[in-house]
Design a protein around this ligand. Structure first.
Ligand SMILES: *Cc1c(COP(=O)(O)O)cnc(C)c1O
Length: 449
């Protein structure tokens, strides 16, 4: 905030993307006390009025908490400059400001220092309202003023150039600059089946060529159903869920009439020992028969590798333990490229799946026992693979086209490509958060005000 001031920039709106940066509005609060001679509570409401806060995870480890004494030491100079006791600032980072032992939480601070708060999918909104309802003690969880704006991905970054050419023949001329409409994208049902399939198959071939080069695996099948899983190896994402029944999986992988190959990539957070063990487990399985050559773990996961994968696979697997996935975006990248999502109904997929634009694992019932949930979800995962994915993928018409698969690819592209693009997301932020935030008005939605 001081750097911006030094170069003469006064932000109309400050957007806190996660709690990590929630100290920023405190500088604004200090300035309003010192320069505008506002009281602490008036300065706080004024500073929060033009702040937007987006929270991105419901996993507790994703919310930074520091010992109160450590926070006090760092906040002391700012408190002294504002002429207040540091306890005032510490209270902003606590659920119960009266508790001297409660850790200082950056997310609580961000909620208290912003007027517009949002989660990143409808389901995440529901989880977030209940998770932070203690900050609004006079409200029931469903009245907590946290809305949602579902994440989206940037088509220009993620869409394969060969598909972009096909889409551009049908979409409005400026579709890459302008947010499109549902109707614009609906027109992509006109895509020629053969051309779409050939384009997709050559993207798969290109991917498998790249996978062979990166992994040294030479016996990949260019025509086999190719499933991708690539993301951080956080434990709740359950990368190894598909390995729960090793006998069944090895039978499926060895079926020479309907072959499957699984591609994995990803990294665990350096401090996440459980996540590393999951990656290690999959790595070890991939090295042994019957999985060798059918399951490939790719090293050096990067955005470049992620792009190749989402552009070349037939199916994108996603198995978060509901409701812990805030949004998830890799499936949106895959959908844009005609890959079909095969995912638990968590994060964005809980609102995006319509029954005919991809595959759902499990259902939306809440489950409190993670072991039972894993069992149910694994069972459903295998059922969907055997009863829906394999028959659909391998059913071909006399011309060799998987007509019903192509229909689902089109359903996926037309229903999701527009809705889960960053154009739609930015439009939503502008309409629901940034523009309203420029209109200064202290409001009761700031907790505690
Ligand atoms: C999109 C992307 C992610 C996010 O994946 P999720 O499925 O949303 O967890 C992670 N890493 C990279 C490199 C990505 O491109």
């Amino acid at each position: 905030m001081r750097a911006l001031q030094a170069v003469g920039v006064t932000p109309a709106v400050v957007h806190l993307n996660e709690g990590h940066c929630a100290f920023a509005p405190l500088e604004d609060l200090r300035r309003r006390m010192v320069e505008d001679h506002l009281s602490f509570s008036a300065a706080r409401a004024a500073a929060a009025a033009a702040v937007v806060f987006t929270t991105h995870t419901s996993v507790p480890a994703g919310h930074d908490r520091f010992p109160a004494a450590m926070a006090a030491a760092h906040l002391q100079p700012l408190a002294a400059s504002a002429g207040i006791d540091v306890a005032n600032l510490l209270a902003l980072g606590k659920t119960n400001p009266a508790d001297p032992d409660e850790a200082f939480c950056m997310t609580a601070l961000a909620f208290r220092m912003s007027r517009f708060h949002n989660a990143v999918s409808a389901l995440h909104g529901k989880v977030t309202r209940s998770m932070w309802s203690a900050l609004w003690p006079d409200r029931s969880p469903d009245q907590v003023p946290i809305g949602h704006i579902t994440n989206g991905v940037h088509p220009g970054t993620w869409l394969a150039p060969s598909l972009r050419k096909l889409y551009s023949r049908i979409l409005p001329q400026n579709w890459e600059q302008q947010p499109g409409t549902a109707a614009d994208w609906q027109a992509l049902t006109l895509l020629d089946d053969r051309e779409l399939w050939q384009t997709h198959c050559s993207l798969r071939h290109r991917l498998l060529h790249d996978v062979a080069r990166r992994s040294g695996c030479q016996n990949l099948d260019p025509h086999a159903l190719t499933v991708g899983f690539a993301r951080r190896f956080a434990t709740y994402k359950r990368a190894d869920l598909i390995f729960r029944d090793l006998d069944l999986l090895s039978r499926l992988l060895q079926d020479s009439t309907r072959p499957i190959q699984l591609l994995f990539a990803g990294k665990a957070h350096p401090a996440d020992e459980q996540g590393k063990l999951i990656l290690q487990h999959i790595w070890q399985l991939a090295a042994q028969p019957p999985f060798r050559g059918r399951v490939v773990v790719l090293p050096d996961y990067s955005i470049d590798l992620a792009r190749r994968l989402v552009q070349g696979v037939d199916v994108w697997l996603n198995t978060p333990r509901r409701p812990q996935e805030a949004s998830g975006t890799s499936g949106q990248k895959a959908a844009l490229n005609g890959a079909l999502n095969w995912s638990t109904l968590d994060g964005w997929w809980a609102e995006a799946w319509n029954g005919s634009n991809g595959f759902a694992i499990g259902d939306t019932t809440d489950c409190t026992d993670p072991e039972i949930q894993d069992q149910h979800d694994a069972l459903s995962l295998y059922q969907v693979l055997q009863q829906q994915i394999l028959p659909r993928f391998y059913e071909r018409d006399p011309g060799g086209l998987p007509v019903s698969w192509l229909q689902m690819m089109k359903n996926s592209i037309t229903s999701l490509g527009w809705q889960y693009s960053s154009h739609r997301m930015v439009q939503d932020y502008a309409a629901l958060a940034w523009r309203p935030a420029t209109k200064f008005q202290a409001s009761s939605v700031v907790p505690g005000s």
